[in-house]
Design a protein around this ligand. Structure first.
Ligand SMILES: Cc1cc2nc3c(=O)[nH]c(=O)nc-3n(C[C@H](O)[C@H](O)[C@H](O)COP(=O)(O)OP(=O)(O)OC[C@H]3O[C@@H](n4cnc5c(N)ncnc54)[C@H](O)[C@@H]3O)c2cc1C
Length: 294
């Protein structure tokens, strides 16, 4: 099997495509093939080709939970921003949304239909695919709360559906491991618009108080280990003053690092490792990275 891109995918593919502009951190090297499919057929075809050619395949969401190294990213990176994968359909309380739509687009579309369920997620930067894979949210509510079915492409390129009852969701994690989530169905509840707005405002204020400042470029680092509170692990380990290159620990929330201009992926990974070492030495707890590294 040759690694030459089939003619059918040439038009939807950019070779050696810089990825930094698509990531929240604005750092990282180019993708060998950046592919933006327009139909389900193209999407499953490209996944099948990557499987048959033994090429790595990755999906880029909003790039918020991602560190891309400066070297070239081998294989295929998929972007799901075409209308086929970013539309939102609402029928009664049932919502069907493309995996490439943003969480903000979904929150707006459902709120104007007086549908409740996503208000506490306001302020989280994510696509629906990235949000579901990581079960975006916090103690106020998680995206899995109103999730029903995920339509995915499996690693051999076949469309499959994954039901809520067959999946497990935890703290910023899920066992939804198919390579591509292309459409997601949710079931919401009707509520009065003033109740929705009140909950959104509360979630917004809470998030703004606990997250880095809006002008800062940040990365959320670790999952909260079961039975622990993040600040109980990070504060006694004195991680607040740690830095690496232009990356340093946020003064507002030690589970975020701030990447000043000039930060390299290696600075970030080095800082994250130093914090893991510090916390392990001080508390015996091994912190698990929450973000993906490409
Ligand atoms: C300042 C800041 C605040 C944050 N606050 C919160 C918060 O309050 N709560 C919270 O939960 N998170 C928070 N996050 C983390 C982040 O917003 C979420 O994890 C979000 O869900 C990531 O989605 P994304 O689309 O950006 O995914 P990306 O970063 O693009 O991708 C992350 C991973 O998901 C995979 N992926 C993305 N889309 C798909 C798809 N369609 N199919 C298959 N795999 C896919 C990617 O391949 C990658 O491995 C915060 C991050 C920052 C920087």
């Amino acid at each position: 099997m040759t690694n030459e891109l089939p003619a059918a995918f040439q038009k939807i593919t950019e070779r050696n495509a810089p990825l930094a502009k698509y990531t929240y951190l604005k750092i990282g090297g180019p993708a060998q093939y950046l592919v933006s499919p327009n139909t389900l057929e193209e999407l499953s075809g490209i996944v099948k080709w990557s499987f048959d050619s033994n090429l790595p395949l990755r999906v880029l969401g909003d790039g918020t939970n991602l560190v891309v190294r400066e070297q070239s990213v081998p294989g295929i990176v998929l972007r799901l921003r075409s209308p086929a994968f970013s539309g939102i359909e609402i029928q009664g309380k049932r919502v069907k949304v493309g995996g490439g739509a943003t969480l903000m687009e979904l929150i707006k579309a459902t709120a104007v239909c007086n549908l409740a369920g996503f208000e506490t997620l306001v302020g989280i930067t994510a696509t629906i695919g990235g949000a579901l894979r990581y079960n975006a949210g916090d103690r106020q509510g998680e995206i899995a709360d109103c999730f029903r079915v995920a339509h995915v492409i499996d690693e051999q390129g076949k469309p499959q559906s994954r039901d809520r009852c067959d999946l497990r969701f935890g703290d910023h994690r899920s066992d939804l491991e198919d390579p591509v989530i292309h459409t997601v169905e949710f079931e919401l509840e009707n509520d009065k618009v003033e109740h929705l707005v009140k909950r959104m405002r509360r979630a917004w204020i809470y998030r703004k108080e606990t997250m880095p400042y809006p002008h800062q470029i940040a990365l959320r680092m670790f999952r909260t280990p079961r039975g622990h509170q993040m600040n109980e692990l990070l504060s006694p380990s004195s991680v607040q003053r740690l830095k690496s290159g232009s990356a340093y620990v946020s003064e507002r929330n030690s589970n975020y690092l701030i990447a000043n201009p000039g930060t390299k992926a290696e600075d970030i990974l080095h800082l994250v490792e130093s914090i893991q070492t510090r916390v392990r030495e001080h508390t015996g707890v091994v912190l698990e990275k929450e973000f993906s590294v490409w």
